[in-house]
Ligand binder design. Structure first.
Ligand code: KG4
Ligand code: ZN
Length: 350
């Protein structure tokens, strides 16, 4: 592979769940954020709201409708034409199989038509690298807390592409816990942001829930018991608006505190001095504040993506893809997706 090609922009495509994300990024190793030329996003939230969760078939069909218009929009925003592209990156997994296939088929077809390489990106590697798009990007080694709708993981990042999972969720992911708890409290889908907003009206100390699995060694997470505690507290309460907010706050505090305890433990275990936070729950204000405060107290640095790059987006996929394409990696022409895909099996990126 001629690495000169990667002075050319890479098109990034994200369609793993309910967001269609597209971005154009020119690979700039020292400051990847500077190479971001355009990014566009279409969220399917309204489409799934009536069902209280993502309906996979509807998600796939909507990606079909929105993907190419978004690609055109991103190219126009960057003042580019398809012929300017040096490569195409797309989310190949993990995610919903039909949704992944839409992005993979479109990306492979475009790459084939343009005669440029294409690469399938691991969605969680995308999340994990998203903070590199900000000023003062973190350099490995670092520990990454990946908290999204599908995952709660602590990952030791020795180098880009060299990942060791230190802890994982045993049941609900952090975002899933937010979403399910919000539903129990009668909040609209998607629950995470709605619950966080309601928690802002809560009174500290009115309720207190357990910090699951912090009383024993290890870095795994379990949030499903917390959900049951919330349900019981709500059912046994006076069900007033203020009470609902108090419960939301106590839940948010319990999740944030649990994540903080495990992050501190992961940093102590690995000796790392840098903590990267990414994934949709990384948009949570309390989590950002508490982790930043802990960093100041303990002497570790914290790195967060901007809010728009915490949740699913095309920029993180363009970035992860550009790094691997620049290292000469790409795959054959088959349209292949991996709905389940272990992050630890990725090859090094250089
Ligand atoms: O990373 P993401 O966009 O999609 C997945 O890959 O899963 O994460 C979405 C998750 C949802 O569960 C959503 O409720 C949660 O992130 N989320 C939040 C907040 N914003 C999004 N959870 C708590 N507080 C927030 N502010
Ligand atoms: Zn995600």
């Amino acid at each position: 592979m001629d690495n000169q090609q990667f002075s050319k922009p890479v098109l990034g495509i994200e369609t793993s769940c309910d967001e269609t994300g597209v971005a154009l990024l020119r690979w700039e190793p020292a400051a990847p954020g500077r190479g971001l030329l355009a990014h566009t996003l279409y969220s399917q939230i309204k489409l799934h709201a009536d069902y209280g969760g993502v309906v996979p078939e509807l998600a796939s069909r909507d990606h079909v409708r929105k993907l190419l218009p978004l690609v055109r929009e991103a190219l126009a925003e960057a003042g580019l034409t398809p012929a300017d592209l040096g490569g195409v990156a797309y989310t190949a997994g993990p995610g919903l199989v039909g949704a992944l296939l839409v992005g993979a088929a479109a990306a492979r077809a475009m790459a084939w038509a343009l005669g440029v390489p294409a690469i399938g990106v691991h969605h969680m590697e995308g999340h994990l690298l998203a903070p590199l798009l900000e000023d003062d990007p973190p350099a490995p080694p670092f520990v990454a807390l990946l908290v999204s709708g599908g995952h709660s993981m602590l990952v030791e990042v020795a180098a880009i592409g060299d990942y060791r999972i230190l802890g994982d969720t045993l049941d609900d992911a952090a975002g899933e816990a937010f979403d399910k708890t919000a539903k129990l409290l009668g909040l609209p889908y998607p629950g995470g942001p709605a619950l966080a907003a309601l928690a802002g009206q809560g009174r500290h100390g009115a309720f207190r829930f357990a910090r699951p699995m912090t009383d024993r060694p290890g870095l795994d997470f379990s949030f499903s018991g917390l959900k049951t505690q919330v349900l019981l507290a709500w059912q046994q309460s006076d069900r007033r608006e203020q009470t609902r907010a108090d419960i939301a706050l106590a839940f948010e505090e319990a999740v944030v505190d649990t994540l903080l305890i495990k992050c501190r433990r992961a940093l102590a275990t690995t000796g790392a001095r840098r903590l990267v936070i990414a994934g949709g729950v990384g948009a949570n204000r309390r989590l950002r504040e508490e982790l930043a405060k802990a960093g100041q107290q303990d002497g570790f640095s914290t790195y967060f993506p901007r809010l728009a790059f915490c949740t699913d987006n095309g920029a993180m996929i363009a970035l992860a893809g550009a790094i691997r394409l620049a290292a000469g990696q790409h795959q054959g022409e088959a349209v292949q997706v991996f709905p389940r895909w272990d992050l630890e099996t990725l090859p090094p990126a250089d």
